[in-house]
Design a protein around this ligand. Structure first.
Ligand SMILES: Cc1cc2nc3c(=O)[nH]c(=O)nc-3n(C[C@H](O)[C@H](O)[C@H](O)COP(=O)(O)OP(=O)(O)OC[C@H]3O[C@@H](n4cnc5c(N)ncnc54)[C@H](O)[C@@H]3O)c2cc1C
Length: 421
């Protein structure tokens, strides 16, 4: 073997990076393996950036459980990692009388899931809170605890904190296969050689099905990517106070309009099942559909203020919920594989996977303990990651002050070179 680890995590999206960060608390040699040249190149970098409160997930599913637990963890996590996060709340908007019954269904579902801070407000009240909203708005579901975050910074920060606590990251390193001794996994083959390990955690996003199939696990499980397209609009020219969603469809939460953590506006997304797991194309038809959906909420939007268009792929799986009471057949898989020893699968992690990531990480710790792994805490584990200073936001005087301080203190090389620009 090239190098020996206790745990290899495949995939440095929000799920793999958060698992790495939480596991870095223990005496474990951990490798986070990512096939792309950078972390957060998959779905974690192309989504609606919302920490959902949990009213729109089917009751009784693992998704609902992980949504609620994960959402509650983000206040502490964002504080420790010093990343943007704001419990601004969100609104599901009923346009026309015929959409009002959907709000009652959602509020009942949310309460059954244990979501606090839900109420229904009138169309008039909604127009006061969001003056540019569609004048046909008849009511809205207000969810006080939904939040906006920055999923890119969140993933980078969790991975940075994991590395600061001893995790090794290997980029451009693609998992190719497992190395087995009888039914036990003892290592993995990659495009950069073989690595020994006692545990593999499969956080491979849209490829999580193919990864588990290499070990002969759940051959019936299939991920069909569900593409969602977005517009990013320039926040200097679009007035939007709140996170707004339409009443949901059967397959997605619908085309929403939301402020981003850095002051722009996100409009999206649609939901289209595709076959190709690399197909991140935006299409004229898709963008037309997204624009129409966004304008249904805010009719005055102007596409002249578009900064970018992009697409993300939901890792939609076909795993039935383990809870027999749930009427849903596409739940998360968070499990110790039964067919082999040494594999934990985190698969089918479509929305609300960003929200759920910290809860999934805790579940991984519990699964390892359940399997007999003795986890001992490191004395020097540091949960704090300092926010990066954005030097382009500083005045000349502030830069000069920092430079003066930098002469007497050890500062990171990236900050030193940024200050001297
Ligand atoms: C349109 C859209 C909107 C969404 N909105 C929200 C939202 O508002 N709130 C929310 O909570 N969730 C939302 N989600 C869901 C959320 O984005 C995902 O659940 C989450 O990002 C999944 O993270 P992940 O780490 O599992 O996957 P990814 O981010 O895709 O990470 C998987 C990683 O594994 C790597 N990988 C794959 N195969 C290999 C291999 N063989 N070797 C090495 N590396 C490999 C990939 O390169 C990738 O980096 C949305 C998703 C979409 C598409």
């Amino acid at each position: 073997m090239k190098e020996q680890f206790d745990v290899i995590i495949i995939g440095a999206g929000i799920v793999g990076s958060t698992v790495a960060r939480f596991l870095s608390r223990y005496h474990l040699r951990i490798l986070l393996m990512e096939k792309e040249p950078e972390i957060c190149m998959g779905t974690s970098g192309a989504n609606s950036a919302t920490i959902h409160s949990g009213h729109s997930v089917q009751s009784g599913t693992l998704k609902a459980e992980m949504n609620l637990k994960g959402s509650a963890m983000w206040d502490t996590l964002s504080g420790e990692l010093q990343i943007p996060f704001e419990r601004r709340g969100d609104y599901v908007i009923a346009i026309g009388e015929e959409e009002l019954p959907a709000l009652d269904i959602l509020i009942s579902q949310g309460r059954a899931n244990g979501v606090l801070g839900l109420s229904i407000i009138s169309g008039d009240e909604m127009r006061k809170r969001e003056p540019n909203i569609n004048s046909l708005t008849r009511g809205a579901l207000w969810s006080r605890n939904s939040s906006l975050c920055d999923p890119w910074i969140a993933t980078i920060a969790t991975a940075e904190n994991a590395v600061a606590n001893g995790v090794t990251i290997k980029l451009n390193t693609r998992f190719d296969d497992f190395i087995m001794e009888s039914r036990r996994i003892v290592g993995v083959k990659s495009n950069h050689g073989i690595f020994g390990c006692r545990w593999v955690i499969n956080a491979g996003g849209v490829y999580a099905d193919e990864i588990m199939h290499r070990a002969g696990v759940h051959p019936e499980f299939k991920i069909t990517p569900r593409r969602g397209e977005f517009f990013l609009l320039d926040g200097r020219y679009v007035t939007l106070n709140n996170l707004l969603s339409p009443v949901p469809s059967k397959v997605s939460k619908g085309i929403a309009v939301k402020p981003t953590a850095d002051g722009n506006v996100l409009a999206g997304s649609n939901a289209q099942d595709i076959e190709n797991k690399e197909d991140l194309a935006v299409t004229p038809e898709g963008l037309t559909e997204v624009w129409a959906g966004a304008c249904k909420l805010i009719p005055s939007l102007n596409y002249q203020y578009t900064l970018a268009v992009f697409a993300g792929l939901r890792a939609s799986g076909n795993a039935p919920s383990k809870n027999k009471l749930a009427k849903y057949n596409a739940d998360f898989i968070v499990e110790l594989a039964e067919e082999v020893d040494g594999l934990i699968n985190l698969a089918g992690i479509e929305s609300p996977g960003l929200t759920a990531a910290p809860a999934i990480a805790i579940q991984v710790i519990e699964l390892l303990q359940e399997a007999g792994e003795k986890l001992t805490e490191k004395s020097g584990w540091n949960p704090i990651r300092l926010a990066r200073i954005r030097t382009n936001n500083l005045s000349v005087e502030e830069r000069a002050e920092l430079l003066k301080k930098a002469r007497y203190q050890k500062v990171p090389s990236w900050l030193w070179s940024a200050l001297r620009q």
